[in-house]
Write a protein that binds this ligand. Sequence first.
Ligand code: NDP
Length: 477
Amino acid sequence: MPTWDYSPAPESRELAKLRTSYGMFIDGRFTAGTGATFKTINPADEEVLAEVCEAGEADVDRAVVAARTAQETVWGPMPAAERGKYLFRIARIVAERSRELAVLESLDNGKPIRESRDVDLPLVAAHFFYYAGWADKLGYAGFGHNPQPLGVAGQIIPWNFPLMMAAWKLAPALATGNTCVLKPAETTPLTALVLAEICQQAGLPPGVVNVLPGAAATGRALASHPGIDKVAFTGSTEVGKEIARSAAGTDKRLTLELGGKAANIVFDDAPLDQAVEGIVNGIFFNQGHVCCAGSRLLVQESVADELLGRLKHRLATLRLGDPLDKNTDIGAINSAEQLARIHALVDVGDAEGAQRWSPPCELPAQGFWFPPTLFTGVSQAHRIAREEIFGPVLAVLTFRTPDEAVEKANNTPYGLSAGVWTDKGSRILWMAQRLRAGVVWANTFNKFDPASPFGGFKESGFGREGGRHGLAAYLDC
Ligand code: NDP
């Protein structure tokens, strides 16, 4: 339990400037579209936040045509330095409106305001700033002297980092001269729609960015549309495979950023208190709704008891509750469906014989909540050690030697990220060479930077986002 209680420190929800309804953004204008509407709710209390128009096939068609026209007549021919100026402008407006966007993100997604304000929003602005800088330097990026855009990109993003994923998709695509049709997740459409408004505010030419809210059917219509040149998808491995099948046999380019089951590996010479912070950040950041979450803790047997003792003590200090409270560490689970998925896998953990532990933690009566949880006595065959839970649930395993750590860490169908905690630089390098993971963090976890490429091996997908590598995904090279 917390050693003392904090008084509530809620951020004002008025800052979000919520509207009762939101349209879709096609060809520079907000429109009602041809489909039905759906409600988006606050997962912390199940209150309806707004009605949102759902894009149907005809809307997908219109958006793709608008994007094609804009690419061929305006955005593609535009001098690259001019394109860069638009991106700088978007970055500046995002920074100016960051408080509004952070509150809106926390309302729609359930994540703590501390994270949307201090992690998501700064990274969103940084991403646009970073790729704005590349726009007129593509000839020096290592892809030939005059690399060309692919054309129109269809981009489908998940609900865990709604605005950040939108920035990761839009910024490199725009910097390289592509135009975009973006589909946010059904449960978190609002910040992408405000980002569309920011594109308007920045004077971005009509059709360069189009935003189509909707559910799986909208995503499917977009990914399979013959008028797009590229599909960029972040989400589940299952849907990623479906998209790969639909793109097979076409000349569409594809990048997939899928799930993960990352090992966070703590050696006996690691600074244990720092490692505890890294473990907490690795799996309880964003309620564990993180594809690169450190969801498997591998701890060297000789320090396992001590580390677990300290970790449990730390977990008892985490504050779960109102996402808009600035003291909150753990917010709401994004949807009833995701909560049901977490419960189902945790029940499997119990049934397979692992020992579940959570600190005493009162869950709010309304909304979708799950306490920070860890399982000990986990073996590699357990489903909780193999499948992505995508929630605040840590599976703890032990190892004795570095070789065993590598073998266990790599024993997964995924390969997105890993963490290594040790005092020895040579061991970090030895481990990094052997871990099959796109990102290996050393004595830290879940650190992101727009200059640093991110992406996976195996069932975590292919292609890189971020950094110079992220440009390649949108260039004909
Ligand atoms: P999905 O993969 O279903 O959703 C990701 C995006 O794809 C959403 O915009 C979704 O729309 C859209 N989509 C869904 N079906 C299709 C389709 N057939 N064709 C095109 N687009 C589609 O993830 P879920 O939200 O269902 O989450 C399920 C699991 O996936 C989680 O428990 C987690 O394990 C994993 N996941 C991994 C993420 C990652 O970052 N790697 C992110 C999110 C989830 P809509 O939301 O409207 O259905």
